[in-house]
Write a protein that binds this ligand. Structure first.
Ligand code: NAD
Length: 298
């Protein structure tokens, strides 16, 4: 069994850490929000008073934070933890951040003889709870081999995208596509409803037809069509609009850097930015449905 540190216990990190505990590992946890620590303590985690505490005497350190700034500050900031991490500790950052940030932190870790992987995930909160996430890993094959068994506790698909930062590139490509699919699905559903169709019937028709996609399979954006998804819970929980806006910003940066054309991603980003400004920033990203049925934020 492994002793781990886990920093960042939000919608994703909380259930990921819970699965490591259920698998019998010792997990030292830290989050800035005390309530997040209480949940994990109930499952047997060792709660820590600081990020630094969670790095002491651990074999593996995992972080799951919102964005690049949080990851860079945690590891490289004025009171950053990197100088205090043992060379033998494997560090895995599962946050979705800029590839350049992942490369910067990984290079600084490498200089100290520490192996670090970027391992952003796909699969949403359901995947985190069920232990069925997809991990998209950047870093060395040796590092991934050391991480494999632990990643398998939290996920069922593990891909090696390439060198440091490559996991982040693949992840932002995926999320740009996801935003386009979700917005397109919401648009099509509302067109059907406006023309008298039952959204559940239309969803099933499109799911089994050439428009079938992940949103229609497991994450329908129309309220009441699919039980348990954010759309049927006032768009609470899930993957925040603010986080999708962040990921689309990362995609646009990557496109600008390399001169790639991303017209669909750019349109999706503008839709999501306006949607966030309309008060939906802390709602799930499937709430983009409200752009089409003009439902006000609650
Ligand atoms: P979240 O906002 O729910 O959780 C982030 C947690 O990090 C919060 O609990 C916050 O208190 C904590 N935190 C922030 N700074 C910290 C610090 N310095 N030290 C300790 N804790 C700190 O976000 P989330 O939904 O769990 O997402 C985390 C990452 O996973 C993001 O990069 C997101 O883009 C990515 N992601 C999310 C989903 C999803 O469906 N929610 C899916 C795939 C990937």
């Amino acid at each position: 069994m492994t002793t781990l540190g886990f920093i960042g216990l939000g919608n994703m990190g909380g259930p990921m850490a819970a699965n490591l505990l259920k698998a019998g590992h010792t997990v030292k946890v830290f989050d800035l929000v005390p309530a997040a620590l209480d949940n994990l303590a109930g499952l047997g985690a060792i709660t820590c008073g600081s990020a630094l505490d969670a790095t002491v005497n651990v074999d593996v350190l995992i972080s799951m934070l919102p964005a690049s700034v949080h990851v860079e500050t945690l590891y490289l900031g004025e009171r950053g933890i990197l100088p205090h991490i043992k060379g033998s500790t494997l560090v895995i950052d599962c946050s979705t951040i800029a590839p350049s940030s992942a490369q910067k932190v990984s290079a600084a870790a490498h200089e100290r003889g520490i192996t670090m992987l970027d391992a952003p995930v796909s699969g949403g909160v359901g995947g985190a709870v069920g232990g069925t996430l997809t991990f998209i890993v950047g870093g060395t094959s040796e590092g991934l081999a050391r991480a494999q068994t632990l990643l398998e506790v939290m996920g069922e698909n593990i891909f090696h995208a390439g060198a440091a930062g490559a996991g982040q590139v693949a992840k932002i490509c995926n999320n740009m596509l996801l935003s386009v699919l979700m917005a397109g699905t919401a648009e099509a559903l509302q067109l059907g409803v406006d023309n008298g169709l039952d959204p559940a019937v239309l969803s099933e028709i499109m799911r089994k037809s050439s428009g079938g996609n992940w949103a229609l399979e497991v994450y329908n954006p129309y309220p009441g069509v699919m039980p348990g998804v954010p759309a049927s819970k006032e768009y609470e929980g899930g993957f925040l609009v603010d986080l999708m806006i962040k990921d689309l910003g990362l995609a646009m940066e990557a496109a600008l850097e390399k001169g790639a054309a991303t017209p669909m991603g750019s349109l999706a980003r503008n839709l999501y930015v306006n949607h966030g400004k309309a008060g939906f920033g802390r709602k799930d990203f499937s709430s983009i449905q409200a752009v089409f049925n003009k439902k006000p934020a609650e």
